[in-house]
Design a protein around this ligand. Structure first.
Ligand code: 5GP
Length: 139
C-alpha cells in the first residue's frame, strides 16, 4: 500500500476531478493532462502502489471497471479504439504511486507511435522464458 497521493485525495473529494464512475471498490475519472480527449483513469479505492503489491481480488475488481468504462469512453468521443495502458514502477514511467489504468481514445493510427521493437540475441528468448517459468513454478 502507498501513502496519501493525489488519487487518494480525489477518492475523498478533497480535490476536484471529473469523476465518471464509482462503485464500492473502484473510481474512474478524467486524466487532468489527457493524451487524447476523454483519457480516463481507473483506480482501485484501496491504495495499492502497482501490480507488484495489489491482491488478485482488488486487481480483478479494477479490471472489471476497465472493461465497463472503455466502451463508454470510446463512444463518448466517437473514437474507433482505445489504448489501455498501465505503468508499474518508476522505471516504467509510473508517476503516481497508486495503481491506475489509462484508457486513451484512439481515432486513427497516425495519432500515436508504438515503442520500437528489438530483436533477441540467439538463445536469449529461451533463457528468459526459462527463468520466468522457473519463477512461476517455484511459487
Ligand atoms: P502515470 O505516469 O503514473 O502512469 O500517470 C499518472 C497520470 O495521472 C498522468 O497521466 C497525469 O496526467 C494524471 N494526474 C496527475 N495528477 C492528477 C490530478 O490531480 N488529477 C487528475 N485527474 N489526473 C492527474
Amino acid at each position: 500500500m502507498t501513502e496519501e497521493t493525489i488519487f487518494t485525495k480525489i477518492i475523498k473529494r478533497e480535490i476536484p476531478a471529473q469523476i465518471v464512475y464509482e462503485d464500492e471498490h473502484t473510481l474512474a475519472f478524467l486524466d487532468i493532462a489527457p493524451n487524447s480527449p476523454g483519457h480516463t483513469l481507473v483506480i482501485p479505492k484501496k491504495p495499492f502502489v502497482n501490480i507488484f503489491d495489489i491482491d488478485q481480488e482488488t486487481f480483478a475488481q479494477t479490471m472489471k471497471t476497465v472493461r465497463k468504462i472503455a466502451p463508454a469512453v470510446r463512444d463518448a468521443v466517437g473514437a474507433q479504439g482505445v489504448h489501455i495502458n498501465s505503468n508499474h514502477g518508476e522505471a516504467a514511467g509510473q508517476e503516481v504511486p497508486h495503481l491506475h489504468f489509462h484508457i486513451i481514445p484512439r481515432h486513427d493510427r497516425g495519432e500515436f507511435q508504438f515503442w520500437p521493437k528489438i530483436e533477441y540475441a540467439p538463445g536469449q528468448a529461451n533463457e528468459i522464458a526459462e527463468k520466468i517459468r522457473a519463477t512461476l513454478s517455484a511459487e
